[in-house]
Design a protein around this ligand. Structure first.
Ligand code: NAD
Ligand code: 2HG
Length: 526
C-alpha cells in the first residue's frame, strides 16, 4: 500500500480521500532534519504553506511521486528540483479564491473603522467612542494591483459597495477590466489616485518590493494599503517608515517578508496598522475545497492517473506524455520567449505545427505554448489544465495552423504573438539529442539554444555595431556566453542574439538603444 505524509494541518475531508488508497500519516510541525529523515518512506507528501519542501527534502524523497500543496502558491516547494526528479507538484488554483478575496475586503474595512483597536479597547473595559472615527469606503477610489482571480472578486464586491475601481495588471486586456467595471491604468496613476490599494499578484522578481519607498511616496497621505498576496511585494521597512512619518494613512498585512513575522517595527504601530498571521485561506470552506482538490489529485496519481492541476507536468496519460515531453518543453520555451518579445498584453498567439508535427494532435502543444506565454504573468498558477482558460479570460486569440511541407527539421514549431511591444515570431526545433534550438526570430534565421538571460537586438548590418554592443555590456560587467547574428541580406536588417551569464542591469537597455544602427532591443529571461 502507498504511504502519504501530511505534514501541515489539512481538513479531514482530504485525509478521508487519501485513506481510500494509502496509509496516511499526519505529522505536523516537523523540524527540517526530521522531515528529511522520514521522507524516504513516503510516496506522496501533502502540505499547506508551513512545510518547506527544499531540494534536500526532495532528494531524500526517493519514493515520492507527488507533492500536493493544499492552496495556490507553491513558493514553499522547490519545483525545479521536483521536476528534475520526476515528481508531480499539484496545487489548488481556485479552492481559496473567495476566502482570500473576502479577507482582503475585511482588512480594508477593519482598517477604515479601526475595528481591531476598538475591540481591544472595549475588551479592556473602556468605552471610548472618540478615538475611532473612521472613514467610509463608499465613493472612494480602490486600486487593485493584479486583476486575476482574487483581484477580480475584490473588484466586483468593492463596486457593489459603491467604490470606484481602477486596476493595474500588465497582463490583462482592457476588455477584461471593463467587463469587471474597472478602469485599467498604469501603476503610477493608481498609486497617486487611489484611496485604498489592494495587492493580488504573485511574488516574482518583477513584483518584489514593487511597493517601496518611492512608490509609497507617490501615495496620498490619506491612502491605505492592503497586502493579502505575498510577503515581500511591499518593502516592510519602507512601509513602517512611511506610516511613522504619516506619508500614508494605514496598512493591513496578512503576509510578510519572513513568516512567522519576527521582530518588526510594524508591530509597534498603532490603530493605523492591522496584521493577521497569513489567514487569507483560513476559512472552513476554503480548507475543505483545497483539501479535497489536492487529495483527489494525490489519489489519482497514486492510482496511475493524471493530475488535473499539475504545476510542472501536463495532465496527460503517461504513454502520451512520454512521447510528447520534449516537444512540450519546446513549446513552453518558445511561448515564454515570444511572450516576452511581444510584451505584456498579448492579443493573439498563432501556433504553427510544421513538418512531422503537423500530423500530431496539436492540442497539447498549443496548451504548452500558452503555458509558456502566460508564465511571466502567472508563474506557478498557470498549468496545462488552466492555460487555455487563463488565455481566454485575458482575451488572447489563439490561432492554430499546420504546414507539413516545412521540413528544415523533422518537426518544428512556429509561434507568432501580437502584444504591447508589437508583433514577434520565433521558430524552434529539437536536435537529435532532444536539445532545443531557436531557429528563427522575426523571420531572421539563427541557430541558438535558449539561455537563462538573453538579449535580442534588431539593427542595421554594418561594421562595428557588434563590437559596440560587446563593449557596452563589458562596461556594465555583463559577461557574454555566446553571440549570433541572423540576416537575410548583407548590410540590410539583422538580428543579434546574445546569451548572457548575468541578468542585464537596469538602464543598460536604454544605452543599447542609443547605439547608432540599433533599431530595437529586448531582454528575455527563460
Ligand atoms: N493570503 C493568503 O492566504 C492567500 C490565499 C490565496 C492566494 N494568495 C496569493 O494571492 C495572489 C493572487 O492570487 P490569485 O489566485 O488571484 O492569482 P491569479 O494568478 O489568478 O492572479 C494574479 C494576477 O497578477 C497579475 N500580475 C502578474 N504580475 C503582475 C505585476 N507585475 N503587476 C500587476 N499584476 C501582475 C497577473 O496577470 C494575474 O492577473 C497570489 O500571490 C497568491 O499566492 C494568498
Ligand atoms: O495554506 C494557507 O493557509 C495559505 C495559502 C495561500 O497562501 C495560498 O497561496 O494558497
Amino acid at each position: 500500500m502507498s504511504k502519504v505524509l501530511v505534514s501541515d494541518s489539512i481538513d479531514q475531508a482530504g485525509i478521508d480521500i487519501l485513506s481510500q488508497v494509502a496509509q496516511v500519516d499526519v505529522k505536523t510541525g516537523l523540524p527540517a532534519e526530521e522531515l528529511i529523515r522520514i521522507i524516504p518512506e513516503y510516496n506522496a507528501l501533502m502540505i499547506r504553506s508551513e512545510t518547506r519542501v527544499t531540494k534536500a527534502v526532495i532528494e531524500a524523497g526517493t519514493q515520492l511521486k507527488i507533492i500536493g500543496r493544499a492552496g495556490v502558491g507553491v513558493d514553499n516547494v522547490d519545483v525545479p528540483a521536483a521536476t528534475r526528479q520526476g515528481i508531480v507538484v499539484v496545487n489548488s488554483p481556485e479552492g481559496n479564491t473567495i476566502a482570500a478575496a473576502e479577507h482582503a475586503l475585511a482588512m480594508m474595512l477593519a482598517l477604515s473603522r479601526y475595528i481591531p483597536e476598538a475591540n481591544l479597547s472595549v475588551k479592556s473595559n473602556k468605552w471610548d467612542r472618540k478615538s475611532y472615527i473612521g472613514t467610509e469606503v463608499y465613493k472612494k477610489n480602490l486600486g487593485v494591483v493584479g486583476l486575476g482571480k482574487i483581484g477580480s472578486h475584490v473588484a466586483t464586491v468593492a463596486r457593489a459597495m459603491g467604490m470606484k475601481v481602477m486596476a493595474f495588471d500588465p497582463y490583462i486586456s482592457s476588455e477584461r477590466a471593463e467587463q469587471l467595471g474597472c478602469r485599467l491604468v498604469e501603476l503610477d496613476l493608481l498609486l497617486r489616485e487611489a484611496d485604498y490599494i489592494t495587492l493580488h499578484m504573485p511574488k516574482t522578481p518583477e513584483t518584489t518590493h514593487l511597493i517601496n519607498a518611492a512608490a509609497l511616496a507617490k501615495m496620498k497621505p490619506t491612502a491605505r494599503i492592503v497586502n493579502c498576496a505575498r510577503g515581500g511585494i511591499i518593502d516592510e521597512a519602507a512601509l513602517a517608515e512611511a506610516l511613522q512619518q504619516g506619508k500614508i494613512a494605514g496598512a493591513a498585512l496578512d503576509v510578510f517578508e519572513t513568516e512567522p513575522l519576527g521582530e518588526s517595527a510594524l508591530r509597534s504601530l498603532g490603530k493605523q496598522v492591522v496584521l493577521t498571521p497569513h489567514l487569507g485561506a483560513s476559512t472552513a470552506e476554503a480548507q475543505v475545497n483545497v483539501a479535497i482538490d489536492v487529495a483527489e489529485q494525490i489519489r489519482d496519481v497514486l492510482l496511475g492517473l493524471p493530475a488535473r492541476s499539475a504545476v510542472n507536468i501536463p495532465g496527460l496519460y503517461p504513454d502520451v506524455l512520454e512521447k510528447l515531453k520534449p516537444y512540450l518543453r519546446l513549446a513552453e520555451t518558445l511561448g515564454n520567449l515570444v511572450g516576452q518579445l511581444a510584451g505584456g498584453r498579448v492579443e493573439s498567439l498563432t501556433v504553427r505545427m510544421q513538418g512531422e508535427l503537423a500530423s500530431n494532435d496539436s492540442q497539447p502543444l498549443v496548451v504548452a505554448s500558452l503555458k509558456g506565454l502566460l508564465s511571466q504573468a502567472l508563474r506557478e498558477r498557470v498549468n496545462y489544465v488552466n492555460a487555455a482558460i487563463e488565455a481566454k479570460e485575458r482575451g488572447i486569440r489563439v490561432i492554430e495552423t499546420r504546414d507539413a511541407s516545412i521540413r528544415d527539421y523533422a518537426g518544428s514549431l512556429h509561434l507568432q504573438a501580437k502584444g504591447s511591444l508589437g508583433e514577434h515570431s520565433v521558430t524552434g526545433a529539437l536536435l537529435g539529442d532532444g536539445e532545443i534550438r531557436i531557429t528563427d526570430i522575426d523571420e531572421f534565421p539563427i541557430n541558438v539554444p535558449p539561455a537563462q538571460h538573453m538579449l535580442f537586438t534588431l539593427h542595421r548590418d554594418m561594421p562595428g555595431i557588434i563590437g559596440k554592443i560587446g563593449s557596452l555590456l563589458g562596461s556594465f560587467n555583463v559577461n557574454i556566453a555566446s553571440m549570433q547574428v541572423g540576416r537575410k541580406i548583407v548590410r540590410g536588417d539583422a538580428v543579434m542574439v546574445l546569451s548572457l551569464d548575468d541578468p542585464l542591469p537596469e538602464g543598460i537597455l536604454s544605452e543599447i538603444l542609443k547605439v547608432p544602427g540599433i533599431r530595437d532591443a529586448y531582454t528575455v529571461a527563460l
